[in-house]
Every structure is written in C-alpha cells, then in structure tokens.
Design a protein around this ligand. Structure first.
Ligand code: PLP
Length: 380
C-alpha cells in the first residue's frame, strides 16, 4: 500500500466483527466479559487494551512503516514511557533545541531519578560521539526542532547510535510520517504528539510511539500497561479520523507554510525567518534528503528585536489565533519565550536562539491570501 492509502486503510481490517462498520466503533468500556477466567476475545481491561485504541495503534504503525504502535494519553506520556526504559546512572544525549515540555520532563522529573541528560547541538552527527560514554543509552532527536527549525540528519545519527549500541528515538511531531519516516532512516523509536498534525483539528491530546523491534515493543507495552497513561477510546477515534486526511492536510500546510515563509523573508519589519525550505537553510541538503516537503511551521524574529514588538504583533493577528499548540487546520501563533518554552531557563533558551522577539507560526490550511493579509496588517 502507498502512503495515502495507508492513512485510510492501514491496519483497519476487522475493526468491527459484529456489524462490519466502516469506521471502528468507539468501544467505550473499561472491561470485557470472560466466559471462564482468562477466557476472553483478546481484551480484558481497557488499560491493557481496547479495540478502538488497537485500531489506532495499527494505523500509527502502518503510516510510520513500522511494526508496533502504541497510544498514550499525551505526547509527553509517550516520552515518559520511553524514559522508563532506563534506570539511575544511565545517560541520554538530547538535541539542545527541543520542545520545552520534553526538556522539563527530562530535567525536572527524570534527572531526579538519576538519569543524566546532555543537551547538545546535533547538526553535525560526528560531534555527538564525544559525549558518549559507557553509561550512554539513547540519543533523543527532535527534527525539525521546535521552534528553531534546525534539522538533524537521522541517517547519520543512526550510524552513530548503531556504532555504540544506543537506541535512537526521534520526535517526529513537526514533520509527521507524511514528510519523514525515521524508522526507514535507522531510528529505533518514533514518537509523536498526535495532538498536533495527526489529530489535526485541535480537539484531542494524545501521544504515540512506533517501533520495529519486538523485544522493545514488548517492554514498551508493559510500561504502557503498568504505568497506565493510556488514551480513551473517544480520543483514539478522533486521531484515527484525523490520520485519514493527514496527506491532504499536509499538502496544504506545506503550500501555505512556504507562502508565509517567503512573504516574511521579504518583509522589512521581520529580521530572521526560520523555515527548512529555504535554499540557504544551514541543513537544506539534509532536509531534501530526509523530508519530502517542508511542513507548515515557520518561526520569525521581529526587526525591532524586542519582547514588546513580538507581543504587539501576536496581539494584532486576526486570522492566526494566539494559542499554544500547532498542527491543527487553523493557523496559530505562539511566543515560545513566554509560552511553550517558558520552562527552559532564559540563558539556555537564548543560546539556541529562543529570544524574546521570536514568534512561532503554525500555518493552517486556510486561504493563503487571508493568511498573508493578516500577517501584513499585524506587522504594519
Ligand atoms: N513534542 C513536540 C515537538 C511538541 O511540540 C509537543 C507539544 O507541543 C510534545 C512533544 C508534547 O506533546 P503533548 O502536548 O501531546 O503532550
């Protein structure tokens, strides 16, 4: 099956043996009747498994071209499950520019349990080797990074991971499986905040993991069941429905993202624009190699370079909504320094470019003209 067919049909067989409904039913149940102790039809309790969740998990695995999918109550719950693969004394090397909530989970929760994190620039995969020692267990990559749109070469990073027998995990939230499939490039774990493009309509919070290795999958299923951060069936249904139009939505996100990025680049009230599609993006060659498009995320700094100018810009937007999150059909604007990345200390934040005048746009699928006019009036 090709990708666009997989979004609709991938793993969606026999989802309703009773009535053959085309969409899987929302199995809103916590438990399942057993004919004799242990005599059940594959599901016994909805923390360990639910048919609607199972349908979503098969769809997630299918679009990432992986074998095993797992759903979680949020993207962070999915990352939390990955971190529970490790123990005190283990070390993880992570991208230094990443979603603030991932950074907070790493440094404010798991660091206290004795796991050590090193945040490093990964634009040159070879440079990562100097941070590897006998305690290192995993490389955590976010690409494109949130919000600076840095690009990390997944294939090159997977060669480093394999050389030292480390796991390579990739947060694929910004690109989605439509634009980039990390497992095909050598990653062991692909993670999503499905809250974003997979759900696609800003109406659900959900996370996912997909892996190929059976032992790793079994351990993650065990953590999923033992820790219990599972999504409800209604939320699984919404993401499953979202995935069915992922390819169409992503096409428009990419078109509008490009129009917005190029418009902003030429605007006198804008200083820098961060978008992986620019020919002069520092890692444009890697972008072209590992992504089939450039996505709908664009960041910019104002020419004035002040907090006030950024705040005034986002307050004047009318079609773009000032809100956390991204990846929905509607365009959103965010101010990372005070919103999504506020949990990263200012000195750390600014080292990676998250200055007070930075604004992050999630370009939706509205009419391009309305989006550009909105940006124009707010800048002027
Ligand atoms: N990873 C990235 C790149 C994100 O942008 C987010 C949320 O914004 C997350 C992970 C966390 O996902 P969730 O909000 O679904 O917990």
């Amino acid at each position: 099956m090709k990708f666009n067919t997989k979004t609709i049909h991938g793993g969606q067989h026999d989802t309703d043996p009773a009535f053959e409904s085309v969409m899987p039913p929302i199995y809103q149940t916590s438990t399942y009747k057993q004919s004799t102790p242990g005599g059940h039809k594959g599901f016994e309790y909805s923390r360990s498994g639910n048919p609607t969740r199972a349908a979503l998990e098969r769809s997630l695995a299918s679009i990432e071209n992986g074998k095993f999918g797992l759903g979680f109550g949020s993207g962070l719950a999915a990352i939390d499950a990955v971190l529970k693969l490790f123990k005190s004394g283990d070390e993880i090397i992570s991208t230094n520019d990443l979603y603030g909530g991932s950074y907070r989970l790493f440094t404010k929760i798991f660091q206290d349990f004795g796991i050590k994190f090193r945040f490093v620039s990964m634009e040159n995969a070879g440079e990562v080797e100097q941070y590897i020692n006998e305690n290192t267990k995993m490389i955590w990559v976010e690409t494109p990074t949130n919000p600076m749109m840095n690009i990390i070469d997944i294939e090159a990073m997977s060669r480093v991971a394999k050389k030292y027998n480390l796991l390579l995990a990739v947060d694929n939230t910004f690109a989605t499986a439509y634009l980039q499939r990390p497992l095909e490039l050598g990653a062991d774990i692909v993670m999503h905040s499905a809250t974003k493009y997979l759900g696609g309509h800003s109406d659900v919070v959900l996370g996912s993991l997909v892996v190929n290795d059976q032992k790793l999958a079994e351990r993650l299923y065990f953590i999923q069941k033992a820790s219990g951060a599972v999504p409800g069936p209604q939320d699984c249904f919404l993401v499953l429905r979202g995935i069915k139009t992922l390819h169409l939505r992503m096409q428009r996100h990419c078109e509008n993202g490009e129009a917005v990025a190029r418009f902003l680049k030429d605007h006198p009230k804008v200083d820098k624009v961060y978008w992986p599609g620019f020919e002069d993006h520092p890692n444009h060659e890697v972008v072209k190699k590992q992504m089939s498009g450039f996505g709908g995320m664009v960041s910019l700094t104002t020419a004035e370079g002040t907090l006030e100018s950024a705040v005034s810009f986002v307050e004047k937007l009318k079609v773009f909504t000032l809100a956390e999150s991204l990846g929905g059909v509607e365009s959103l604007a965010g101010h990372p320094a005070t919103m999504t990345h506020a949990s990263i200390p200012k000195e750390e934040r600014e080292k990676t470019g998250i200055v007070d005048s930075l604004i992050r746009l999630s370009v939706g699928i509205e009419d391009e003209e309305d989006l550009l006019n909105d940006l124009k009036q707010a800048l002027e």
